[in-house]
Design a protein around this ligand. Structure first.
Ligand SMILES: Cc1ncc(COP(=O)(O)O)c(C=O)c1O
Length: 371
């Protein structure tokens, strides 16, 4: 066995990190509770499953697994560029959009630098900024909305990145394009604005920010997008960044040569063309959100109207207990203790019958009133 005294010293900023805690897998819960037929509304996944066309393409791609993938991801980048009216050198593929955060931190954060993000930021921002020797400054939300004015005030001389997560996870709220335009005008030079749009495909508000519209701005903007959510390919690990060509050129310097696999490239290409699947994903999400809102209103629970595929609701002081009771009834949602929101739960939209089951169990637990 390795004698740990032989390890090189672990830098304190690495020792201080905590491993990411994913939502409980269904199989684990069923084993623990001795139940079957549990449903998971906890990880903002697509309840429709993967697009059949994507699955077929992945199977086709499997026949070439003895080869290395196209490290430049030409076909998928070309298709994405065509879809968004960009040039191929504005597109960078990634092993999930998460990996774009890694490229940004590797390229732009040095010890002593900092990055700015809104409160309850996606934990990967803090982790990857810290690994690069930087510090993430979190700026309080204003009534569960990103406060771009306050974020601007938090930008200092060593700030290199500002993360704007819109729609915001876990709040579900979106920045408007007008707010973003005003923010960009006043932002000092030397800072890259990262618009994390993992959930943007679900946004129904016409005023919601679409970072693409700002790619040509004099201030550098990077848009992160993913096939994990609306396209139902979370397990395939494929996302992308859209950015000015000089930034994509930097990403190409810091990334691994073959960071996206053959099945991931092929599956994403097919998913991108499956417009019917995307339409159904959106429709099922909007319908599910409407059903959740009606339930929360009936139960007198506060919620944040959502532009994403999940909703945050305030259950009250008994939220932790309600979470456990739901679990015992085979319904997995997300509790918000790790976000220091102990009175809240986040529920991802599922299939209509899954949503109905959650609504039924929650109503039963709360006895028709707030906890
Ligand atoms: C806000 C936010 N950004 C980025 C991601 C990363 O998604 P992926 O790496 O699967 O593309 C997630 C995943 O849940 C997320 O919630």
């Amino acid at each position: 066995m390795t004698d740990t005294s032989n390890l090189p010293p672990i830098p304190p900023e690495i020792a201080a990190l905590t491993p990411y805690e994913p939502g409980k897998p269904i199989e684990e819960l069923e084993r623990e509770l001795g139940i079957s037929g549990a449903i998971k509304l906890a990880s903002n996944e697509n309840p429709l499953g993967p697009s059949p066309k994507a699955m077929e393409a992945v199977r086709r791609g499997a026949g070439r697994l003895h080869r290395y993938p196209d490290g430049a991801g030409f076909e998928l980048r070309q298709a994405l560029a065509a879809r968004f009216g960009l040039q191929i050198d504005n597109v960078c593929l990634a092993n999930g959009s998460n990996e774009i955060i890694e490229f940004l931190c590797r390229a732009f954060i040095r010890p002593g630098d900092d990055a700015v993000a809104a409160q309850y930021a996606f934990s990967m921002y803090e982790k990857l900024v810290a690994v690069a020797g930087g510090v993430l400054r979190e700026v309080a939300l204003d009534d569960f909305r990103i406060d771009l004015e306050a974020m601007l005030a938090a930008v200092g001389p060593r700030t290199r990145l500002v993360f704007v997560n819109s729609p915001h996870n876990p709040a579900g709220t979106a920045v408007t394009r007008a707010q973003f335009a005003a923010f960009l005008e006043r932002l000092p030079g030397g800072v890259v604005v990262v618009v994390d749009e993992a959930y943007v495909d679900f946004a129904s508000d016409p005023e919601a920010l679409n970072g693409l519209e700002f790619l040509g701005h004099a201030k550098p903007v990077v848009v992160m997008r993913t096939f994990s959510k609306a396209y139902g390919l979370a397990g395939l690990r494929i996302g992308y960044g859209l950015a000015p060509a000089p930034i994509v050129a930097v990403f190409n310097r810091v990334r691994q040569a073959f960071n996206t696999s053959i099945p991931a490239q092929e599956g994403a290409l097919a998913a991108l063309a499956d417009e019917d699947f995307l339409r159904r994903s959106k429709e099922i999400t909007w319908r599910g959100l409407r059903d959740f809102y009606a339930c929360f209103e009936r139960l007198g629970l506060w919620y944040a109207p959502s532009q994403a595929n999940f909703v945050l609701t305030r259950v009250g002081p008994r939220a932790g207990e309600v979470f456990d009771l739901l679990l015992r009834r085979g319904v997995i949602v997300r509790k918000m203790h790790s976000y220091h929101l102990p009175e809240y739960l986040r529920i991802s939209v599922g299939l209509p019958e899954e949503n109905a089951r959650f609504i039924g169990e929650l109503s039963d637990i709360l006895g028709g009133g707030a906890a």
